[in-house]
Design a protein around this ligand. Structure first.
Ligand code: IDP
Ligand code: MG
Length: 151
């Protein structure tokens, strides 16, 4: 099983899309293991987006992600990292197919609603930025055997 960090970014929160995003991840079969509502500090934003430091869009990205509250979540399941990225769509909403979150709800790359970790090392690092280990819940659902074959 993999774990991935998902953020409903400030535009997603402002536009009332928190539930819309949760429902898509929940219905796919992923399991929620952590969730908090917070406004990201400049320091947290810089750590989270450190890989983009120096790029032309970086100052705007930091201003955007700290501009209002976000929902930070950890979701778990087989192939959670890559499949959550598929549910989100491409970085550019204009390249995201209808049916994906960005393809359904966004137009501008600077206002693209959601974040999902890109790879395992990013997921581990990002989860640790937002959550202490004791804030993540290890649990199983009665329905898990209907979602995960275990084979
Ligand atoms: P991702 O969110 O799909 O992983 P990244 O390349 O990691 O995309 O970029 C992080 C965020 O920075 C994007 O989600 C988007 O908000 C913003 N961003 C990425 N590329 C551009 C760009 O070319 N112009 C403006 N903003 C960008
Ligand atoms: Mg990224």
């Amino acid at each position: 099983m993999e774990r991935t960090l998902v953020l409903v970014k400030p535009d997603g929160v402002q536009r009332g899309l928190i539930g819309e995003i949760i429902i898509r991840l929940e219905r796919r079969g992923f399991r929620l293991v952590g969730m908090k509502f917070l406004q990201m500090s400049e320091g947290l934003a810089q750590k989270h987006y450190g890989e983009h430091e120096g790029k032309d869009f970086y100052p705007g990205l930091i201003a955007y992600i700290t501009s209002g509250p976000v929902v930070a979540m950890v979701w778990e399941g087989d192939q959670a990292i890559s499949l959550v990225r598929k549910i989100m769509g491409e970085t550019k909403p204009s390249a995201s197919p209808p049916g994906s979150i960005r393809g359904d709800f966004a137009i501008d790359v600077r206002r693209n609603i959601v974040h999902g970790s890109a790879k395992e090392s990013d997921a581990d690092r990002e989860i640790n930025l937002f959550f202490r280990p004791d804030e993540l819940v290890n649990w199983s659902r009665d329905v898990d055997r209907w979602v995960f074959s275990g084979e």
